[in-house]
Write a protein that binds this ligand. Sequence first.
Ligand code: 6LW
Length: 525
Amino acid sequence: MITVANPILPGCHPDPSICRVGDDYYLVTSTFEYLPGLPVMRSRDLVHWETIGHAIDRAEMLDFAGIRSSGGLYAPTIRHDGERFWIVCTLVDPSDDTRGGNFLITAEDAAGPWSDPIWLDADGIDPSVAFDESGRVWMHGTRLARDPAWRDQTEVWVREYAPAERALVGPEHVIWRGAVNGVVWAEGPHLYRIGSRWYLIAAEGGTEADHAVSVARADAVTGPYEGARTNPVFTHRHLGRGAGVIGAGHADLIQAPDGSWYAVMLAMRAADGHHYPLGRETFLCPVAWEDGWPVFAPGRGRLPDALEIPWADAAAESGTWQPDARLSGAIDARDPRWTSLRVLPAEIATAEADGTWLLPVRTASPADAETVAFLGIRQQHADVDTTARLDVSTLADGETAGLIVRQSERDHAAVQVTKTGDGLLLRAMHRRDDWEAVLAERALADAASVPLAVRARGYAYDLIGDGAVIATVDARELDAAATGGFLGTWFGVFATAHGRGPRGSVRIGAFRYEPPVDAVAVPIT
Ligand code: 6LW
């Protein structure tokens, strides 16, 4: 028997959407200002996941210039129409709502290439798509209610999409405003044709601790929709702050070949009930059907820590899917986890044949919502050691390179070195809501290669340089609960000329992301 531990995708993997084609599951999550965007993950058993590509992986697909943190790519939906994969998603610029919007991309192979975006004439966020028996395509999504009865009331719309015209056509139907009176942010809608009915699954309550899942059903895709009397059908909000996992919601349903049902959804591991530096992660939840309605986590009513996948044995034995070993040990430039800010890694750095990265310094610093010399990966474990050995011999005077713990341009901490004439200045710093504090500072003898490290243990980030912990930063001042926004923490290497013209570069000689040996990301029992 194979057991999968929750979360199935640790670290910042919010707004999961899943589809099945034959025996294979495909899953995408939101990536905001990080590129490549929208990782496409594949599994044969819901246990072992492999990143097979990214849906947004060409510079010309979308323009991210100047998009600030927690803008960018929101809640994608992935579906398959029998021939092609579809992803619908939103590009959000929080400073300019005339930019971006909802778009569609398609691909024959989920690994890519994905088409250039087709922009949809629909405002709001969280688009989704469903196909009916006659092949008609029904787009849907969420937006602020046109005629709200209260603040942050949203509405779910449905409209037909005509592939030949590449456009939404026909009348629009507003089908849902959430189940609960006064509720905010009915969002993340997904429509499904199940049996002779249409089902709507939608989140409500907002993507924090009050998050919930509601369901409604109708005979016609355009409604009218009748909400389940048991709504909201799933939430962790009534469990209190001691539940360990908060914010469960934003679900997408999937049926396995043996007829069993599951949902993927986001939730946050918050040891203190409030703070979740790993961000919103992807969890798996069993679903049963009773009296024509879905029951989430039947008999239990909360996300399980682990669940058995009874039918997974056969697939595992086929040898196709191996436990994911990439979450420990040294990683290199070819690892699909590497991301950059607002540009693709290949646009700002050169991957060398030996697996190292050469990162040319840029004018912007990590505090700017611009193109920053930055390469980073998600934090996926509460306890993890991240080390970077930086070759700083090619930094120019006054330039800085370092290892950053990043929430956003407004909020991050770093251990970094600055070239100063004949030496190096080692610093630990913390930028909090635009205010930058130097936590520690010491001179280092000039050296070609400098090891820097961040040791994460629960809510403590030890910043390590010159062989010692020089400062400790509290994750509860860095996570989205403290700073706002939608992201988990990233660890990365950056280089900046502090607003001046850049001259140098830094080589990332080694970069290791190592959970202590007993912290296994995807335990298989
Ligand atoms: C997502 C939406 C949400 O689009 O967070 O607050 C957004 N709600 O469902 C970003 O993950």
